[in-house]
Design a binder for this molecule. Sequence first.
Ligand code: GAF
Length: 399
Amino acid sequence: DERPGLTVAVTSAELLATVRAEFRALTSREPEGLWRAPGRVNLIGEHTDYNDGFVFPLAIDLHVLIAASPRTDGVLRVRSVEKGETVEIPDVRALVPSSAWKGAWASYVAGTAWALRDAGYAIGGADIVVGSTLPAGAGLSSSAALECGTARALTELHGVAITDLDIAKLAQRAENVFVGMPCGLMDQLSSTFGRAGHALFIDVRKLDIVPYPFDVRSANLELLVIDTRAHHELVDGGYADRRAACERSAAKLGVPALRDVAVSDLPSALERLADPILVKRTRHIVTENDRVNRIAELLAAGRVTEIGPLLTASHVSLRDDFQISCEELDVAVDTALASGALGARMVGGGFGGSAIALVPQDKAAALEQAVVTAFAARGFTRPWIFHAVAADGVHRVQS
Ligand code: GAF
């Protein structure tokens, strides 16, 4: 299993050994605990989370691994295996959001510690070593994994009780306020509530999370993830701009969120909006919410082989109406479809990152080769392609 571009341990076992060794080198001790926090791919429901809508992600078996021990002096020391750097925060109680943290890898850990304390959870300092089998910047949610894993580790180490839902919400707050990325709640819910063999049908307004059995292999299918390795920076403009446009549209339509526009009312809503940009953004969100619900119905009826056209329609909507795709993602999707995929689409925030393709098993290898060839022909970096397996949410590793 070739993973170009990943410079660190690539299997779970290798990562465990590396993180443990680095923890020992940092502290001369074994860690008191180890936590695994998964990334995610989203089957469907893109940019609908912050519109109070519906999403359908699955946690995957690539993850962030956190080794940690508590400290009594309030110091929070964090080492990243990938960065080869250690950051020392002298007093966890004195953490405050500041522009000095912008762009710093340790801001996800520091921000989570801040969010916990700010919400009244009495966590203290810790020594922490983090490593990952998840490529960063691939749209697979490595940042939410790091936040949720940190929150679980810090609270358990300091004997503080907290619910999974509060972990997800505080992780989102860390990212919104401390890191400065105005994300919704999907990624944190996936990393916390993920369940092996299941995708999560989530009503983000009601915070209703329903695991659906998701076993494409029993239907002789594979869900491939194509990491285009085109990089995106969600903290910068594009994501915030789309979110602001959705909020403007909802305000103009006099509804709390675009979730409240029914697909049957879309034509009249678009007429009232008039502004061509708001029309496009709104059309994406309203039709995407409808697609999520239609996929939920198909999966509930055991008709996974029929979801392909809805996946592809989501990509077209993200490309043409939400305008957050890019050449690499379009080439990945178009090549996958030309190679026999039942459906394919970009996933995550956009502007790079990964795409998924649902493909009959006997066509998967040829599809992978076709995508690699198409990328080479255009001079793109070689993509990394893997098979998605639905995994459990944040949990302590028995050691
Ligand atoms: C990013 C965000 F973090 C999520 O909240 C979600 O909005 C997603 O983009 C798009 O669906 O991953």
